[in-house]
Design a protein around this ligand. Sequence first.
Ligand SMILES: [Zn+2]
Length: 187
Amino acid sequence: MPARPCPSCGREWGGGIACQFCSQVEGLPPGVHLSSPARRFGGYLLEGILVGVTLIVGWVIWSIVVYGRGQTPAKQLLGMRAVDLRTGEKASWGRMFVREIVAKPLVGLVSWVTLGIANFWLVWDSRNQELWDKIVGTVIVNDPHKRLLPGVESAPTPLARRDPSDVLPFPTAQPKPQPAELEPPVG
Ligand SMILES: [Zn+2]
């Protein structure tokens, strides 16, 4: 394989899907880097905290909203996003749902049998993939500037888009799942 420079940092790319020096991910806009294991584990910790402070219900509603952006609540706060390896684009709502609701519990069972070791798969994986990433074909990237959200203009938060007047001016609305209930829990 001929040597090739990284479009992001200019140094020798290496043999992986991400630059060996700066973790720029192949085929994605400059500035989109593979998330480090430390950041991923920080995300797990934050996710747990968010589940608690939102009394679970808030976290579930929040998740339903941001799955369409390839995110979970913690990933949104940390500027991380799941990318579909087959398309090179952000993971779809359905893929996120399977990742979080089906694949993670499945791996959790395996992990329970292996004393939790399976949860650390990303540490030795060349793409920093967890086993649930392997199942659904995703990698996790840092996308702090939302370069993988081409259609999102200046909407500050997903929740703000519940206001119809916020959506109507745009001729092509974002194709995203519309859960029947997005109202915040009362009380
Ligand atoms: Zn680089």
